[in-house]
Design a protein around this ligand. Structure first.
Ligand code: ATP
Length: 202
């Protein structure tokens, strides 16, 4: 599975629809200070499920929407779409029935955001798990931001284990285990309640 295209519309400084074709191999983004290089990387993190506006250098999630300039009004929506080539059918189970995956996230001012996979509504959780299973994601060490190298070097061993777990492709399993544990706890609580009710009846 690999990224092939990133499309931005109204995301931060990218007010016009903008397609970035991601060729095989190494891609470099160069440009003067303030031209939007970090915004571009943030758009990728955002569509992969980033839910902290602070990690988007924003004071609220609506700040990712184009805020207007001297000659353009602000927009009310922003959308980021990423295309993944899945012709080798390595997408995680549940997402593996097409040669291409198109994942998009759209935000509307004061209404929050929603996700789609190949045009169908999806939950943030589905998107986050898809990328975690593919050993990447919005918080993944495969996204190396400014200052991240120093941070990784000074990490504690338990934190560094997270890096290795992700490289081994098991971070998605941890999330699923956590969800299963929560469901188990809820089932146990229901069972206890049922026993109380049965004791009262008998
Ligand atoms: P540097 O090389 O200095 O790190 P950069 O190329 O990474 O810069 P970014 O930080 O991606 O640049 O972009 C900053 C620009 O994006 C600023 O001009 C800022 O005004 C603009 N910007 C950020 N959020 C929005 C928004 N919501 N609407 C319009 N413009 C925005």
């Amino acid at each position: 599975m690999k990224f092939t295209k990133l499309r931005l519309l109204g995301f931060k400084s990218f007010v016009e629809p903008m397609d970035f074709i991601i060729e095989t191999g190494l891609t470099g983004v160069v440009g003067p200070n303030g031209c939007g290089k970090s915004n571009l990387v943030e758009s990728l993190r955002w569509v992969m499920g980033e839910n902290s506006y602070k990690n988007m250098r924003a004071s609220g999630m609506d700040d990712v929407i184009f805020a207007g300039s001297t000659n353009r009004p602000a927009r009310n929506t922003a959308e980021v779409t990423v295309h993944l080539d899945n012709s080798d059918r390595t997408a995680p189970a549940g997402f593996n029935d097409s040669d291409e995956l198109e994942i998009s996230r759209r935000i509307e001012r004061e209404s929050g955001s929603n996700y789609r996979i190949n045009g169908k509504d999806a939950r943030a959780r589905d998107i986050q798990l898809l990328f975690a299973d593919a050993s990447t994601g919005s918080r993944s060490p495969s996204m190396v931001g400014q200052g991240r190298i120093g941070e990784i070097i000074s990490q504690k061993p338990t934190q560094r284990r997270g890096l290795l777990e992700e490289a081994a492709g098991i971070s998605g399993l941890h999330s699923r285990r956590h969800e299963a544990e929560l469901r188990l706890k809820a089932a146990e609580a229901n069972l206890e309640r049922l026993e109380d009710i049965m004791a009262q009846i008998s």
